[in-house]
Design a protein around this ligand. Structure first.
Ligand SMILES: *Cc1c(COP(=O)(O)O)cnc(C)c1O
Length: 375
């Protein structure tokens, strides 16, 4: 936790649960990525943390933006970034939203199917389009597999069709899966991409861009490789498969820019046991799956937790405050917490800046959406 965040929590004593984000950390992460991967243009994946202070900061630093909806595009335009810095990267768009974006000047769109291509041809004529490749997302703690992308053969046919429909077949995208813990996953993806570049070249189409997606990790319970190692792995894969003739490169980090920048402060509402002979305590917090910790689904993302207490610890099952039995955070993976933990104690959830506020429910059980402060 940074000094700025501790100071804010100590001085302002905000009501819990709340997220506190240190914007300097986001700026540092952005600059580090630019430093280690200077040839790639950064398109921040807005969904990771769509708050205005984050968008404003990154717009000011020169970032471009990967967006999924009208509202995300509007927030980027409001931050003063022009339409030329926006990619409409969702492969599932309403035709009227495509038309709306096109009218505002957006000219870069993702697709992974024939039906989407047909919408783009009508509603965004002449635009640059890139085809998303299907990935298996091995090694990712939060896989984005199955739902997105098409296989290479189909991608080839669709990009030819894009040209025939009057669009600009611009490139290939992929996402190796979010919180990708393996450095070698870009190698596979870039290899497939380079093969498609050649295949399309033979069909008279010169692709210009590789969109390397997101996937760079934040640091949760387990240590992860540093950003420079990821950048090296990506550049090695690119030069191995493209030689010196590198195409335009795009990266779409979400989690790796904002995850480490935020801390959630929560409070213990209840500590109980289910029977006299059970060892594990149930610890109920004032935040759960519906209050912003949706990525604990299947215990996929394992946050680092801190309490103000020390001394001997014992196993706990962690759960949220709502009246839904799905609202259990960690049960299979047994967290340990101090035996001295008391109702009313604060619990800090570290590296919680990504995919928390944007995942919190509007008013389930009357609990307000996760509040966020930016310092
Ligand atoms: C969510 C998303 C990202 C960001 O992924 P991270 O793993 O958070 O970096 C990037 N690109 C697309 C298309 C996405 O949907």
């Amino acid at each position: 936790m940074t000094a700025k965040i501790s100071r804010f929590l100590a001085n302002d004593e905000p009501d819990t649960p709340c997220l506190v984000v240190d914007l300097d950390v986001i700026e540092g992460n952005y600059r580090a990525l630019r430093r280690y991967l200077p040839v790639a243009q950064v398109y921040y994946a807005v969904k990771a943390n769509p708050a205005a202070p984050v968008i404003d900061l990154l717009a000011g630093l020169g970032s471009c933006f990967d967006t999924a909806s009208r509202a995300e595009i509007e927030s980027v335009l409001e931050a003063g970034a022009g339409a030329e810095r926006i990619s409409f990267g969702n492969t599932i768009k309403k035709q009227r939203d495509i038309a709306w974006a096109y009218e505002r000047g957006v000219r870069l769109f993702a697709f992974d199917s024939e039906a989407e291509l047909e919408k783009l041809a009508v509603a965004a004529p002449g635009s640059k389009v890139f085809c998303r490749l299907l990935m298996n997302c091995e090694g990712a703690d939060w896989p984005l597999s199955r739902k997105f992308g098409c296989d290479a053969q189909m991608a080839k046919d669709l990009l030819i069709q894009a040209r025939d429909l009057g669009l600009d077949p611009y490139g290939i995208s992929f996402h190796v899966g979010s919180q990708q813990t393996r450095l070698d996953q870009w190698e596979v993806a870039v290899g497939k991409t380079a093969m498609l570049f050649s295949a399309l070249n033979e069909a008279g189409i010169e692709l210009k861009m590789v969109n390397l997606g997101g996937g760079l990790p934040a640091r949760y319970r387990d240590d992860v490789e540093s950003v420079d190692r990821y950048a090296t792995a990506i550049m090695d894969a690119m030069t191995r498969h493209f030689g010196n003739d590198l195409p335009q490169m795009i990266v779409e980090p979400g989690r790796s820019l904002v995850g480490d920048a935020g801390v959630i402060e929560a409070e213990v509402v209840l500590i109980s046991r289910k029977s006299y002979d059970e060892d594990a305590r149930w610890v109920y917090l004032d935040i759960g799956k519906f209050g912003g910790l949706a990525e604990t689904m299947d215990e996929s993302i394992k946050y680092r937790l801190e309490t103000g207490r020390d001394g001997p610890t014992g196993p706990v099952i962690l759960a949220g405050p709502t009246c839904d039995s799905a609202d259990i955070l960690y049960e299979k993976f047994q967290y340990q917490m101090p035996l001295s933990l008391k109702v009313g104690d604060k619990v800090r959830i570290l590296a919680a800046g990504a995919y928390t506020t944007s995942y919190s429910a509007v008013n389930f059980n009357g609990f307000a959406p996760l509040k966020a402060y930016f310092v």
